[in-house]
Write a protein that binds this ligand. Structure first.
Ligand code: ZN
Length: 378
């Protein structure tokens, strides 16, 4: 995630703090200072830091559960709205997704129970809900914060853990794709309910509703991509007509092709037909500025371009491109020669076509009401 600072590493997972989170700390510190002086500022900051320590432990619940199934988790980012554990992939077996999703809230249940033990029982609900009230001990507030974290995260909507729990439970019987569609739909209904509640009550709910709505929509789309990519091979989706550059080409040659074609990124292919790298448009422009048109493409190209075989499932290529940093994935034949490229753009087009194909054909068109939609008026 951009704008985040790494602050430490625990068992191979980097912990990052988003800059907006630092802003939150500054805001809490200054408002408390203005209200009650230094002591109040320290208490306010201590509470927020302990609260986010609980959020961090929650994320580590997910991380360690995912690791049990061999899923790597490169980092956890703390944002003002909570933590995000980035996983290499989401477990596909419903039972595994269920365990990974529940592991986070389970950590907060344990923390709340430990605090309740220490305090000799959970404090009255009023103490927990009124977290700004002075005189309520830090530990009492923290106990209730953990209870709220459990309840909030179990809201049955993506991107909350509750959405994943719901999907996993549905997927046990209905299969992944259908379960995701239903869970995404439920999530959107929940989002509307939260938004409506927000209009008449707490405005924070509107913000959460928006967050939930977007989460549901993007999860539904991602599942669609996965579903479609499973039934196709890499060769089905690859662009097979493309301009390539030879390893002796210069940036000038690349720019000439950029202007002449609609392609943005150009593979560098050697005499044996093997992919050596890809020159991107950004790379070309950077090189033009820095070292001029005579720069060899070999100095500019990205060398970290993975390849897949023509018969391999498209899903493998999609997985490689998941984090969005690759301009393309090469498709090679059995001799290792480059025969095509899978790019984010042509994947997007493919998904659009697949979505239209799976819909029933439209009824015969009747003329639209109102002003006619001639091509040049749009
Ligand atoms: Zn969680």
């Amino acid at each position: 995630m951009q704008w985040s600072i790494p602050v430490g590493t625990v068992k191979g997972t980097v912990i990052r703090i988003h800059l907006t989170f630092v802003l939150l700390l500054v805001w809490i510190g200054t408002t408390h200072y203005a209200r009650g002086g230094r002591q109040d500022a320290i208490e306010g900051l201590l509470f927020i830091i302990l609260l986010f320590a609980c959020v961090l432990l929650h994320e580590f619940g997910h991380v360690f559960a995912a690791r049990r199934y061999g899923i790597k988790t490169p980092d956890i980012t703390l944002l003002p709205i909570g933590g995000v554990a980035q996983m290499e992939r989401i477990p596909e077996k419903p039972s595994e997704e269920l365990v990974v999703a529940l592991a986070g809230p389970a950590v907060n249940v344990v923390i709340a129970l430990v605090l309740a033990l220490v305090l000799g029982g959970l404090p009255a609900l009023g103490a927990g809900l009124n977290i700004e009230k002075p005189g309520v001990s830090l530990l009492e507030r923290l106990a209730w914060v953990n209870v709220s974290l459990v309840l909030f995260n179990l809201i049955p909507a993506f991107p909350m853990d509750g959405g994943r729990v719901l999907r996993a439970l549905l997927a046990l019987r209905l299969g992944h794709a259908r379960a995701t569609r239903i869970a995404a739909g439920v999530g959107q209904v929940v989002a509307f309910a939260l938004g409506a509640a927000g209009l008449f009550g707490n405005p924070v709910l509107i913000f959460i509703a928006l967050f939930v709505y977007m989460g549901a929509a993007s999860e539904g789309a991602a599942a669609g991509v996965r579903e479609a990519s499973r039934s196709l091979t890499a060769a089905d989706a690859a662009v097979t007509r493309f301009e390539a550059l030879s390893p002796t080409a210069t940036i000038e040659d690349a720019v000439e092709r950029l202007l002449r074609t609609s392609q943005h990124d150009f593979p560098v292919v050697d005499g044996a037909g093997r992919l050596r790298g890809v020159v991107t448009r950004t790379g070309m422009i950077g090189a033009l500025r820095a070292t001029g048109p005579g720069t060899p493409v070999l100095d500019v190209m990205r060398r970290d371009i993975p390849t897949v075989g023509t018969g391999q499932p498209l899903e493998d290529a999609v997985r490689l491109m998941q984090d969005g940093s690759l301009p393309a994935v090469g498709v090679v034949d059995t001799d290792g020669r480059l025969v095509g490229l899978v790019t984010p753009e042509n994947l997007g087009e493919l998904m659009m076509v697949q979505a239209l194909r799976s819909k029933p054909p439209p009824r015969p068109a009747s003329p639209p009401p109102g002003p006619s939609a001639s091509p040049w008026t749009r």
